[in-house]
Design a protein around this ligand. Structure first.
Ligand code: DGJ
Length: 698
């Protein structure tokens, strides 16, 4: 039978006739309603010629490409039964089931079965997960298990991401040439240089146009995303966990489940892809109202006392903050980053009365209380490491530990006793204090032990805590943005995209991270004027305009602000609260600007009734007078009022006179014209932004 999954402008066609491994006939644009006869005709028609010097039958891309079918590219599964030959066996289909969520294909080979779950969600997101089971009598050493998808010949350009601390998710583009472009992450976390989202598209694809096919691996450990193009004429997108040799050895009867490869197609560029992914993520995770938070890290670092933090809490409440998060430094002996990880007990020196005076004060001010933790880690200078040196992960045979990183090691959470220790200490804190939020940090690469087991144990710890404390929210932080993925987002409420609060860096990080992760998950903090990570100084208005988009917070000592700045911050908080429903449910839009130094991004309400945009000068523009800024994504047939929103102060401009419409305070234009013609903007000085409120007229 031929199966046709259709949703949200996307079709996926699987030819499961016969006993061979089913072939992916099509993944991409919607093919419309097709009868079985039409599907058969399509599948038959698309059978290619037999190439010269090749197997004697047409080579088609199956759902599990392996050498036994003539596939010479990267296989869907690799491994071997210990003591046996290493060539992968031939698979046949034993069952194709229509299940509630999509298709379940069961493949069998000598001594192995592979089950592939395929879903096309109502949002147009395709998910694939593979489960291999060892049906033999010997141990099966799994080398890789990757989901794969076909790309059409016209998808000739590839976008993925790289980065470093604190400059995550920087785009890189290339032509797809023959060979394999693989992005391997061996950090025990996705890492700051993670490929994140691999997108193939028609040449020149942009935010608003071009056909694109994108894939992301929903996993927080070692992984690879890849694209392969072969002279056989096949081009694939693939991804799976990156396994070390011997890391996964399946005893007879044991199974291994891959993470989901989450993919989507769009004929409306990267924004179209983002909309599908965002709708899918939002359907799985319903977040509470995104409270404005204050995080203490860059305000006080390790310098904690009840007196100092109560003063900060007062200042936070006075500008409208709704959640106060006490960052690193509260645990016993934690005077700096060299000690005390693993001892999740309040420091009696800094906090002689426990955290109660602060927590009570924060609650009395009407705010929630949140606490920083780093449950996967251990300092060698800690009670837990002294008592249980064997709980440190990854010791080599000679007893040496992995190289220290930020003076710390990883705790072996896959050890049930270590797991129970951390769980007990965290649960005790959550029972003693009304903590509604944990900032869950992770500050090093593993460099030892099994990333698979560690990631699984970390998920289990998060799940166990969420089970016992159902209202608890968790933020995923990993030295900033080292762990931003849909595996962790299944069980957390926020990710910290980067440790930099430098607005210029943040504009880029937000622009690209929001291509996969909806803005309400993306922490965005107002930092000090001079960035602690880059030393750049930015105006308050630029910092406010930048931190408005996402889940807003403050990471700045607001107790030192003068009246003017305090009032500006309070107004910004009020504006955020006014707009957060729109910001956190609407569609992200980004504009392909004519001048590379001027960026436009925004969020448009699902019913197109309103929008909030930012026009950003990332650098000095090429031209003295930059052309009109287009505001895409609105209803083409309706009129909109576009009005600048003053945040703190108006942005600094470099012109002799404003565009005339400015004098009227707003301008009215039809959605179609806003998207295609645009509005002349004030000529912003470098590193300035103008926020625009867009309202549909009745
Ligand atoms: C790294 C995080 O990314 C920071 O925000 C902060 O929480 C520090 N760790 C604390 O050690």
């Amino acid at each position: 039978m031929i199966h046709h999954l259709r949703a949200a402008g996307t079709s996926f066609v699987l030819d499961a006739r016969g006993t061979g491994v089913p072939v992916i006939v099509h993944w991409g644009s919607d093919l419309g309603e097709l009868t079985s006869a039409a599907l058969e005709s399509l599948a038959d028609t698309l059978i290619p010629a037999v190439g010269p010097s090749s197997i004697d039958s047409p080579l088609r891309q199956s759902i599990l490409p392996v050498m036994a079918d003539g596939w010479s590219g990267r296989p869907g599964i690799a491994g071997h039964h210990e003591g046996a030959a290493s060539r992968p066996p031939a698979f046949t289909t034993s069952l194709v089931e229509l299940v509630e969520t999509g298709l379940r294909v069961t493949l069998a080979a000598a001594y192995l079965t592979v089950v592939i779950d395929i879903e096309l969600t109502p949002h147009g997101v395709l998910r694939q997960r593979l489960t291999v089971t060892n049906t033999g009598d010997n141990v099966y050493a799994l080398a890789s298990l990757d989901a794969t998808l076909p790309l059409p010949t016209r998808a000739r350009e590839l976008l993925d991401f790289t980065g470093r601390w604190p400059r995550e998710r920087q785009p890189q583009r290339r032509d797809i040439a023959n060979g394999t472009w693989t992005r391997d992450s061996r950090h025990g976390r996705p890492g700051h240089d993670n490929a994140f989202l691999m997108v193939a598209g028609t040449p020149g694809f942009g935010f608003r146009d071009g056909e694109v096919w994108g894939a992301h691996l929903a996993w927080s450990g070692d992984q690879r995303l890849w694209a392969e193009s072969a002279s056989t004429g096949h081009t694939l997108l693939g991804g799976g966990e990156l396994l070390e040799p011997g890391e996964v050895r399946l005893a007879p009867g044991e199974s291994f489940e891959s993470p989901w490869l989450v993919s989507a197609y769009s004929d409306a560029g990267l924004d179209g892809l983002a909309h599908r992914l965002h709708r899918f993520i939002r359907s799985r995770r319903r977040l509470s109202t995104r409270k404005v938070m204050l995080n203490t890290w860059e305000a006080v670092y390790f310098d904690q006392s009840a007196e100092r933090l109560i003063e900060l809490a007062d200042a936070a409440a006075s500008v409208g903050v709704e959640r106060f998060v006490l960052d690193d430094g509260w645990m016993i002996g934690r005077t700096d980053d060299r000690r005390a990880l693993g001892d999740w007990v309040v420091d009696p020196v800094k906090w002689p009365l426990g955290l109660h005076p602060l927590v009570d004060h924060v609650l009395a001010l009407g705010m929630d209380f949140g606490l920083w933790v780093e449950p996967e880690m251990v300092s060698l200078d800690s009670a837990v490491a002294r008592e249980h040196p064997d709980w440190v992960l990854g010791a080599f045979d000679n007893g040496e530990l992995p190289l220290p990183w930020r003076f710390q090691q990883v705790l072996d959470l896959a050890n049930p006793e270590a797991f129970a220790h951390v769980y007990a200490q965290l649960a005790a804190l959550l029972r003693e204090y009304p903590i509604s939020y944990l900032k869950w940090d992770q500050n090093r690469d593993l460099l030892g032990g099994s990333a698979h087991r560690h990631t699984t144990a970390t998920y289990a710890l998060m799940d166990a805590l969420r089970d016992e404390f159902p209202g608890l929210e968790i933020e995923s932080c990993s030295s900033g943005g080292g762990r931003v993925d849909l595996g962790v987002i299944e069980r957390t409420d926020r990710v910290w995209p980067s440790d930099t609060n430098d607005s210029l860096e943040r504009q880029a990080i937000y622009r690209w991270t929001a291509g996969l992760v909806p803005p309400e998950f993306l922490g965005a903090h107002l930092g000090a004027a001079t960035s602690h990570t880059t030393g750049r100084t930015h105006s308050l208005s630029f910092r406010l305009a930048t931190a408005l988009f996402g889940h807003a917070g403050i990471e700045w000592d607001v107790s030192t602000l003068g009246d003017e700045d305090r009032a500006a911050v309070a107004e910004w908080v009020a504006a955020y609260k006014r707009h957060r429903e729109l910001l956190h449910t609407g569609d992200v839009v980004r504009s392909d600007a004519g001048d590379a130094a001027r960026w436009v991004h925004g969020v448009v309400a699902g019913d197109a009734s309103s929008g909030l945009f930012a026009v950003v000068a990332m650098a000095a523009t090429r031209d003295a007078v930059v052309g009109p800024a287009t505001l895409p994504g609105l209803d083409p047939e309706r009129e909109y009022r576009v009005a600048p929103l003053r945040l703190g102060a108006w942005p600094v401009v470099v012109q002799d006179a404003m565009p005339p419409w400015w004098a009227h305070g707003s301008v009215t234009m039809r959605g179609r014209m806003l998207a295609s013609v645009g509005i002349p903007m004030p000529l912003l000085a470098p590193e300035q932004a103008l926020v625009l409120e867009v309202t549909r007229l009745p």
